[in-house]
Design a protein around this ligand. Structure first.
Ligand SMILES: Nc1ncnc2c1ncn2[C@@H]1O[C@H](COP(=O)(O)OP(=O)(O)OP(=O)(O)O)[C@@H](O)[C@H]1O
Length: 753
């Protein structure tokens, strides 16, 4: 604790307040574990020795009122977690027209008295806490459910509380630079995702709190806090909609399991651990209720290594299958499939016409369009069955009456006994036969009527789509040449015939499933957060929106890091113009991760990309400039890395990564390092957890989204080429991973851009 803090005029009262809050939390936790009756006793035990509370209105209220702490299990768990740091800020606010100044202590979770609504800790997600993030000292306003409140903000104060002890008090106003942010950024990279609540910046706060009923698209520079914001927005959503939404109705789509592992550390702290976390491919398979055999998604790697001519020649197919043109092809295909379900004949039971083909088709194409095709057919089948059921008796009766009438007439009219007997006996036989026929027709007519319609599964439909290149050209309205169509069909059929699929087939499959068979309600999340959204194709996003029947999406991404752009997005425009027209589009240019020196170098690469991005602004934090070092042998390289890690550790850094362009280079590096430093190195492949205590070796394309204190971009045999867009992006991604230090290690000087 600094002397300055102790000299702060409010030091003593703030210390008391913290003490009070901590003890209070203890009592609530203790009492909830025993019984409510014990509450008063616990309170007296906890506060019996203090006199500074005697006059506190809150304390008196508490004593007379034990019912306030009926908390849910979740609330109690949240409280237990924050005990050592119950709040991080305070604002003093007075409502317009009132001269009463309210002190609000802001923390990760709230604690309040149910009876008089007086809050001991205000949740950072509550409306009034917005003043901490947005409000300047002076006249301010905030909104609660569309109602505007005006007032005056006289104090914004931050606290550093470590292990339950008040370390520092800082009053902030317009002129003070946000020191807490600076300090938070200077820390080493363990557990950082969780620690930003106190330092969320205004532009980030606006995104977190943006209208939850609308989608939002964020183009954010590397390190601008996209992942962090996305997670906090979920937390904010849960807080605001806890009455209406189950957290399981929210879904985070992450780029890989590795990434899920990385963010899941942050989730419990934010109270969002119950949210569904999955990847796009896993989610599609859930919706299809089938574990598909996916081919290895090696295209990117092959493009990086440039050793697969075939991949380069066919990579347009990946892009095409995610395009708007392909969506139109699917739409036409679906329309064509729908037509196959138009009825050709009227529906008869025996000789009775119960339903006309015209009416049937009308229902199918006009009335039931809210249902997927196969469900419409099911519904119509049910409708025919109910017609049969309700006409059954009458049809049987008609037959009976017809024969009974004949028999009766014969009884009176036929004079000759033998003749009459024979006639009646035949009539009875006929009647029995007709009744049998009609009963059989009643049982079978619906099934046999439905036989005119095809019954195929999704995978057959998908395969059939590629069986006729000419038809595809027609469906595409000429956008696809016959030549290309042939190439597309040959390429796809070769795989799907074996019932295998590529990553790029998943969106079309999801789309067809949605329109042909439908998606089970249970799988439909109502609100979706997508990180690294730039790697999604138009069709992936479109299909998701249709499948989930919601447009409440939070999309965060960075086109400059779009290393999958051969199949992903080239621009956000089609997303906000076409898919989510209600969306708000925002750009974040400020980067919090790294130092000015590192960001300046990374910015130089941005200008080599075919986009017009403004330069990324690093938050004012200086560090060492990136260094380039050449080495000769593998042994030299591992020595070099070892030294850097060693000196980094001495400076207090904890996480170290060696990033190579390709996996091939990484394997070489990892081998060399492993020899020098056995058991201290980890080569990171997809689907793995990141060990904190090891030097991580990771290929550039897998390092996206991750961060480390120290990064050593290393080239053995690979080179990053300036004229290759993918290479520029890969190097940019790698360069924006470090928090504090960046080194370039290569055998020759020209291996980096
Ligand atoms: N307001 C903030 N206060 C403190 N730290 C912050 C803040 N915003 C972001 N950070 C930190 O900056 C780093 C980058 O954040 P994050 O990983 O969310 O960025 P990103 O935009 O997803 O980056 P990338 O695109 O490179 O994956 C993290 O360490 C995060 O904790």
């Amino acid at each position: 604790m600094t002397n300055e803090t102790q000299l702060h005029p409010d030091y003593s009262s703030e210390k008391d307040r913290l003490e009070f809050t901590k003890r209070y939390i203890d009592v609530v936790i203790q009492t909830s574990q025993s019984s409510k009756e014990k509450f008063k006793e616990n309170m007296e035990k906890a506060f019996g020795d203090v006199d500074w509370l005697e006059s506190s209105a809150a304390y008196i209220d508490i004593l007379t009122n034990a019912s306030f702490f009926e908390m849910s299990k979740e609330e109690l768990e949240a409280l237990t977690k924050v005990k050592k740091k119950p709040y991080f800020a305070r604002i003093d606010y007075s409502q317009k027209g009132s001269n009463k100044e309210e002190k609000h202590y802001i923390g990760k979770t709230s604690l309040y008295q149910r009876e008089n609504q007086e809050q001991i800790i205000v949740d950072w997600r509550s409306p009034i806490a917005n003043l901490y993030y947005e409000g300047r000292i002076g006249n301010v306003s905030y909104e609660v459910e569309d109602e505007q409140f005006e007032g005056h903000l006289s104090l914004k104060r931050q606290y550093m509380i470590e292990d339950g002890e008040l370390e520092e008090i800082r009053d902030i106003d317009l002129t003070t630079t946000d020191e807490l942010l600076q300090e938070s950024l200077a820390k080493s990279s363990s557990n950082r995702l969780t620690e930003i609540i106190s330092t969320i910046q205004e532009e980030q706060n606006r995104i977190i709190r943006a209208d939850l009923n609308k989608s939002i698209i964020v183009q954010g520079a590397a390190g601008s806090g996209k992942t962090t914001i996305a997670l906090h927005r979920i937390s904010y959503f849960i807080y605001n909609y806890k009455q209406h939404f189950d957290p399981r109705e929210l879904m985070i789509l992450a780029p890989s399991s590795l990434f899920i592992d990385y963010i899941s550390e942050a989730l419990p702290e934010l109270g969002v651990e119950k949210v569904r976390q999955t990847t796009f491919s896993e989610y599609v398979m859930t919706c299809l209720e089938k574990q598909l055999k996916l081919t290895d998604d090696k295209k990117l790697i092959e493009l990086i290594e440039e050793n697969e001519k075939k991949t380069i020649e066919t990579s347009w197919i990946s892009g095409f299958k995610g395009s708007k043109t392909f969506r139109k092809i699917l739409d036409t295909y679906i329309e064509e499939i729908e037509k196959r379900f138009y009825a050709k004949t009227d529906f008869y039971v025996d000789k009775y016409r119960l339903y006309s083909a015209k009416k049937y088709t009308h229902l199918l194409r006009e009335e039931y369009t809210y249902l997927p095709i196969y469900r419409r057919v099911e519904k119509l089948k049910g409708l025919l069955q109910s017609y049969v059921r309700s006409n059954k008796k009458e049809m049987v009766k008609k037959v009976e009456l017809f024969y009974d009438d004949k028999i009766e007439k014969a009884l009176y009219q036929r004079k000759h006994a033998a003749n009459r007997k024979e006639y009646i006996s035949k009539a009875l036989d006929k009647k029995a036969k007709r009744l049998e026929d009609i009963k059989k027709a009643i049982r079978t007519s619906v099934t046999s009527y439905m036989k005119q319609f095809e019954k195929k599964n999704l995978y057959t439909y998908y395969e059939e789509l590629f069986q006729d290149p000419e038809r595809l050209v027609a469906y595409s309205n000429g956008a696809l040449s016959l030549n290309k169509s042939q190439q597309l069909c040959d390429y796809t059929l070769k795989i799907v015939k074996k019932r295998k699929y590529e990553m790029e087939d998943l969106a079309p499959l999801l789309y067809l499933q949605t329109y042909l068979y439908g998606i089970d309600k249970f799988y439909k999340a109502k609100n979706v957060v997508i990180d690294e959204a730039q790697d999604y194709s138009y069709l992936q996003l479109y299909a998701l929106k249709r499948a989930l029947e919601t447009d409440m999406f939070t999309l965060v991404g960075d086109l400059a890091q779009g290393i999958h752009s051969y199949r992903g997005l080239q621009s956000w425009e089609p997303v906000y113009q076409d898919i989510f027209p209600r969306a708000t589009y925002t750009e974040l240019q400020k980067s919090y991760r790294t130092t000015i020196e590192i960001m300046n170098e990374a910015n130089k690469l941005l200008s080599k990309l075919p986009y017009t991005f403004p330069k990324v602004n690093p938050v004012v934090r200086h560090g060492e400039a990136p260094k380039s070092i050449t080495y000769k042998t593998h042994k030299d390289l591992s020595l070099l890395i070892e030294q850097m890690v060693q000196s980094g550790r001495e400076e207090g850094f904890q996480t170290f990564a060696v990033i190579g362009k390709s996996m091939v280079d990484c394997v070489t590096i990892a081998k060399a390092l492993e020899e020098a430093l056995p058991d201290k190195v980890k080569l990171l492949e997809e689907q793995e957890t990141i060990p904190k205590d090891r030097i991580v070796v990771v290929p550039s394309y897998l390092s996206k989204g991750l961060e480390f204190d120290v990064v050593m971009i290393t080239a053995v045999n690979e080179r990053f080429h300036e004229e290759n867009e993918l290479d520029v992006k890969l190097q940019y991604v790698a360069m924006t991973r470090p928090l504090h230090r960046l080194y370039f290690l290569s055998r020759e000087a020209n291996q980096f851009i």
